[in-house]
Design a protein around this ligand. Sequence first.
Ligand SMILES: [Fe+2]
Ligand SMILES: [Fe+2]
Length: 495
Amino acid sequence: MIAGTDTLKRQAVDLLNESGKLRYSFTAFSAQHTELTYYLVNHALAGYKLNFLDTVIMTFLREVVTNAVKANLKRAYFEQRNADIKNPGQYAALIEAFKREGVANIEDFVPIMKELGLKVHIYMETNIDGLRIIVQNNCGMTNEELLRARERIQAASAADSVPELLEQFGDESEGAGLGLLINVILLKRSGIGIKNFQISSDEKSTRVAITVPRSFQMPAQVAELYNRITSEIERIPTFPESVQRIINLCDNPRAEISFLASEIEKDPSVAASILRLANSGGFVVGTRVESIHRAVTVLGIKNVRQLVLAHSSRQILDKHYKVFEEFWEHAARVALYCRLIAERCGFRKLADSVFLGGLLHDLGKIVLHSLEPETVKKINGFNLARTENSTAVLEEITLGLSHAEVGARLAQKWNFPPVLIDMIRNHHSAFAADVSHSVEVSIVHLADAFLRVEENQASYVYFDIEAQAHLNIANAKELQAIHEWVKEAAGKQVL
Ligand SMILES: [Fe+2]
Ligand SMILES: [Fe+2]
């Protein structure tokens, strides 16, 4: 959470609870606004016992708000250049430059937008029918744009399944159209329905409204998959007793190292991986570590605990599922990036903790891949290149649970520490992290997102602003510089 917003958030929720209505406005959507919005949405949904829809609604809102701000920004950009946005010739001459300069440098245009009175308003209303949210900006759509948007909504709502929709529209590269499509899929598949989504426009403004009906029910098909995945998680074994004993000893400050070492020796595969780590770079120079006792001393109890968790998770998953090597390669790379980001952003103390978070962040993918390989492949192949959590949300509405949530449930079952569970659960939705873990979650989020940029699956513009705020990253330039540094530092290390 960002300092100073705590009281504000509580006041806003009180106001919404008391009067059933709330309105707030902004020029650009900042980290504080996302957190405030998430907080309000989460509380409002809780009133109807519909909290599980919070990521769906947030994804919807972030998309809508981003587009609303962008339309205002476009207007400011054209007015600053004395160009008429409605004149086709002038529009064509400037639009490419706007996409290059305007979208990436939104901070530069905030004063101009303020001067022109360009704002985005969010209205929330809670009543007997459910939660209603309206997002409004200061830019009217042309008739043609409105028609196109409505056609698109119609076409998307006619399709039957997510894969079908993805095939039909998957090659769309233009942002706003694709964003709208994602939202239609979201509402349709989540069970909220298209009829609860309205878009209207006049000369001066565009309004997008959504209603979450209190009588909401998860679609039967999704509920069935949800149940299948949940019972699969139940079937996955817990850690063996020998491993549990080692972890308990690590947690006991009075436990003797020699006793811990003798417990580790009873589990040959844990013992072997501890020796391997103790002998890898960074821990000892010169002499080889031959005994477990010495290895524990060299690594420290905290590292031993981390290693045992990582090792045992991998063993169980490897035994139950066909896990592809690329999965662990990705995990190892994210883990390394996590450590480097922690060092670079001034959180050196968290380096070990986020390393483990990076290693285990995608655990849930293994389960989903093996249960629903075809659907998952299609979702992953659909390059949304937009919001960081699109894939997770698509999984949620198609399968009932995202890989992040599946991983978190598995981590809960395995008694992982709360911070680790949070890193797994929210690595695609840093805004939803618990206040006390926001830095750790943001680091894992950023490490994963950097790799997506390297694979051409994401761009800096759509990075989570909350994660950047938690890590004190001021702007896109700084973000890019950190990425370059991390990439170079990682290149020097052997994975
Ligand atoms: Fe992920
Ligand atoms: Fe990942």
